[in-house]
Design a binder for this molecule. Sequence first.
Ligand code: NDP
Length: 346
Amino acid sequence: MFGLIGHSTSFQDARRKAHDLGFDHIAKGDLDVWCSAPPQLVEHVEVESAVGKTIRGAYIDSCFVPEMLGRFKTARRKVLNAMELAQKKGIDISALGGFTSIIFENFNLLNHQHVRSTMLDWTRFTTGNTHTAWVISRQLEINAPKVGIDLKQSRVAVVGATGDIGSAVCRWLVSRSGVKEISLVARQQEPLTQLRDELGGGEIHSLEEALPQADAVIWVASLPKTLEIDSTTLKKPCLMIDGGYPKNLGVKFAGREVHVLNGGIVEFFKDIGWNMMELAEMDKPQRQMFACFAEAMLLEFEDCYTNFSWGRNNITLEKMDFIGEASVRHGFSTLNLKESCQAAIA
Ligand code: NDP
């Protein structure tokens, strides 16, 4: 059985969802009440892949909301409790969605393997980042030509290049996509230098230097709310792939010949019959989902029970090939620019 561990996009959405599910006592509670609410297994689902394999899964809401990010101990407890519940329910492989994988890594939850009487088995969890990196790389390759960008003649800026997803995307761009030039963007210089050495190429640029030179931008860092960038300085055309969470590049950048695509999203070939993506602001919540969630489904389809994506900067091209081939075979496709959208925002 596969599992998806997620959370609502805001406290307001979480309350609405709790009300819809009949958890009125929690729905009415303030943030303090929500801080002590346990995780909930809210839905079971059965999915048949394009090659006829059927798997079962469950969605666990961690009852975390982004408003809790500043409460370090609460955020840590929410993620660990949700993982414990997944393990106790016998889920073989669960994806850590949304902020849960970031909390896991940044708050060093590897040091917290004991949750009450449960010893967490890390092999039952995956960040889903390998599939996310593969999907974002393919979104670039598929959509750049659609808006008149020839990657072999282009510069691609990767914002968040030294991150888990960003570094994997950079490896793919250098070895597989044949892009002409890459700008590597992050705040800390030492990891950037190490990455450039590993890649054997790429140029380290500040955000302000990188954006006006880029034909395509892959954004795999959370976007600071206060960030102000003059979108008139961007190249035309420019393809921006918003791989961060939450996805907010569209409101900042979309405009004449600046094409913003939600990154790391896949679409299944048929309706799944679940409710869990209704609040994730997907255009087609019955088919579309975060690529990290789909990774848990793919591992289940493939009977591959291991923490496939784990730790930082461990994503290899071979793993991206494996998960990418499984993704296509079982009926997922990447989210692409809509024909109408290409015309509308041009
Ligand atoms: P990591 O923490 O591994 O990497 C984050 C990267 O962003 C680092 O290179 C970091 O470097 C850089 N960064 C952070 N802040 C800034 C900034 N203000 N300006 C420039 N660079 C910055 O994260 P992941 O690779 O795991 O995830 C990256 C993003 O992808 C996250 O926003 C995550 O939520 C999202 N994500 C989306 C998914 C989806 O849509 N399907 C699935 C999984 C994750 P430095 O600290 O040196 O600046």
